[in-house]
Design a protein around this ligand. Sequence first.
Ligand code: SF4
Ligand code: MG
Length: 313
Amino acid sequence: KGLKKHYPIKKGVFSRQVGAVKAVDGVDFHIRRGETLGIVGESGCGKSTMARLVIRLLQATEGSIHFEGRELTNLSSNELRDVRKHIQMIFQDPYASLNPKWTIKRTLLEPMKVNGVMNKGEREDRLTELLENVGLNSSYMNRYPHEFSGGQRQRIGIARALVLNPKLIIADEPVSALDISIQAQVINLLQDLQEQYSLTYMFISHDLSVVEHISDRVAVMYLGKIVELGDKKTLFDSPKHPYTMALMSAVPQVHESSSRERIILRGDVPSPSAPPSGCSFRTRCVSCMDICQSVSPELKEWKPGQYVACHLY
Ligand code: SF4
Ligand code: MG
């Protein structure tokens, strides 16, 4: 609720604050148990920052985060450790997120040891089960990350995220670093695991076709704000925000009959340290009106469950 992450910009010998980079600038959303909420937007729009705020790898400047009735922003480190069992993250670069000096076994056992979960025998059984469920042979346990391909490493990253039996998984561009041919396998694996372990996903990607495939609902971000949010089908079939329309128009269509006219976005994404007044998309919007210069549009429900932040509606 009202989540913000601003980084102060300081200047001079007295470190006077002269401004702020508004990486996340007031977002409201919820994730339903068992669903996949896709988050899309161009790089730098605040998707990853938002993910890190939710799992408390970053401290929010403002706003609150509620997980199963608990408010997360003010938890002590002990309380936070307890919550982190239930919320885990899968990172974009599976190589950078695995310790190169640790065997797979050690990588996967560590979270269980730290959290004092299960006894030794049970832990090893859990490892064997997990590796098999992510499509890896359990005989790989004593190998090191460099002995695996990118796709296999991401499977290890996924197994590690599952070790503590979490409820919510935040996946930040989990397939972006992988070859196209491997991406589909990993996406399908994530979907199978969601069913098997009753997982809830927050799935971040700049790739609309991936998000369309995996999500139940989708949030579109632009310059630190959510500009459109709703169920996938409605959002993809009739995007409302001019930014969403432009993004959608760039997705290649399989069927000729459904071809959309390509909308080319003018200009670049403005700097989050100096966002435009009024609507932050106005510098690139083909429908910009007078009111857009001065009044920032709020995210409003235009139809049950569908939200858009634009003065056109
Ligand atoms: Fe465009 Fe105005 Fe809507 Fe912003 S509020 S997206 S500038 S029409
Ligand atoms: Mg990112």
